[in-house]
Design a protein around this ligand. Sequence first.
Ligand code: HAM
Length: 464
Amino acid sequence: MPKTKKTAAKSATKPKKTTAKSQEATPKKPAHPIQSVRGMRDTLPVDQPHWLRVKTAVEETAGVYGFDRIDTPLVEETALFIRGVGKATDIVEKELYSFETKGGEQVSLRPEGTASVVRAYVQHGMLNLPQPVKLWYMGPMFRYDRPQSGRYRQFMQAGFEALGDDDPIVDAQLIIAGWNLLRKLGIESIVKVNSLGTTDSRLNYKNALVAYFRSKKAKLSDEDKKRLLKNPLRLLDSKDEAIQELKAEAPQIVDWLDEDSKSRFMRVLEYLDEVGVPYQLDPYLVRGLDYYERTVFEFYAAEDDQELAQAALGGGGRYDQLIEQLGGREDSPAAGMSLGLDRIVSRLKDMDKDQDPHQALLDLSQCDVFLAQLGDMGRKKALALFEEFYTAGIPLAEAFSKANIKSQMEIANRRGAKWAVVIGQKEVLDGTAIIRDMDAGTQEIVDVKKVVNEIKKKLASLQK
Ligand code: HAM
């Protein structure tokens, strides 16, 4: 044996001296238990039924409107969001979770999905597919915002993007899809709509707006003075009281729209009228992301008053320059929208607040078949039998850690089992299993090799 190994083996068996340092290393009970990070929440089992309902509605709606699923990474190059979302937006200026990787790359947790979808569209040559390419996604987004009700640092969005088509009917259909999705969930919503025109018409409007607010500069907060310099349109959705008053006299974008944008906007509204989607024209709706032009919109729950104006359930619009800005072909128009699922779930919870949330969870955990076991041999056999049911695709409830048959039967009842398959020592020795009809209280003994099939037949009879 080489010398070094011998030494290592020796030192491994030698009892260690207790020094002051090693005593210090003994783990201590922490003064405070670790909590989840501020603005980031656990989705507990009691809330899962609501989330499942929302996610299912998103998936079904995406299917009906012909969107294909895309998943993009949670982390992207920071440059993507600076270029995509805009340098002077709150999202990029204040809310990005950015860090340098060990390899020195500047990356960020995604604050939204559109920039990533456009990156993927360009990167994978989707401009060569028949247009529009319609993609949807669902997943967590991250914004280092001040947490409050309905605003989190990690939140879920579902998004729908239609890339490569400039027809206003695309804008209208995105709005209709969002409105319908909410309706499917029992949420009546109203859509606020506006048109931001093209870059050129917006520039003229911006100049008029800056001239107006400059004349009122004394009334602006420091934050709003900065906005006036960097991103004057954002003044329109400032929550500052002074701005609220000044806004009433401010120039409105509709008066600065070019003819083409105006007629496109009219068509979007006509399509919404045709389907009966309730909307409100909001000349101050500018949205917090820089990539928009022409149609912009936001969804609000219909019964809400002005106070809840912050809590949009979703929003979107047209972003005809973004594909080109991110390295795609010139003249590649696109539009999209996303919904804030945390806000939708909290509305559903409010709507169901009279229902016992634990009952909903219990309903979700209902299972037609329960596998019970008795004694060591029975438990071992049951563990193996569970795998046979799994392979056959039959969901099965169990309580393997419980030895007592009475408590197992109580669990079977709570979970709504119609049949219990019972395996004890006698059954293992005989190569059989008992099938107990939980309602009738009757039992039959079957060959253990046939028990999966027998249960299959019984489950099939339930479908009839
Ligand atoms: P957004 O308006 O920034 O748009 O976000 C869409 C929705 O996500 C909001 O209406 C809201 O419901 C939800 N949301 C945003 N921030 C938070 C937060 N901190 N906590 C909880 N929910 C939040 C976009 O992100 C665009 N990418 C939408 C889009 C898609 N435009 C074109 N295509």
